[in-house]
Design a protein around this ligand. Structure first.
Ligand code: SF4
Length: 94
């Protein structure tokens, strides 16, 4: 399922997307655009808003279904994969 994203660092608050597509965009307290709806993502207004953004701050990305547990294995205590974390290799490397 797709999702509208506005890159805060790229948005310059020009208002093009807000005026072209009030269904999906509004200004936040900082005067930058943010998405207010994730419905009707095939609308012509949304397409126009994305194409009209002068800084390409708006994107439609795949929503990866709340799968944020991607790197738990990277958080293991040990830096090598062969000793099950008991060799003290991190201390030895210091
Ligand atoms: S069109 Fe782009 S730069 Fe302008 S307010 Fe919208 S997101 Fe920001």
């Amino acid at each position: 399922m797709k999702k509208i994203n506005v890159n805060d660092e790229a948005c310059i608050g020009c208002g093009a997307c807000v005026s072209l597509d009030e269904e999906h965009f509004a200004f936040n307290d900082e005067g930058l655009s943010h998405p207010i709806s994730q419905d009707n993502l095939n609308s012509e207004n949304l397409k126009n808003a994305i194409e009209s953004c002068p800084t390409s701050a708006i994107s439609l990305t795949e929503n990866s279904s709340d799968n944020d547990e991607t790197s738990i294995e990277d958080d293991e205590d040990c830096c090598c994969t062969s000793c099950d974390g008991h060799c003290g290799c991190e201390e030895n490397e210091a």
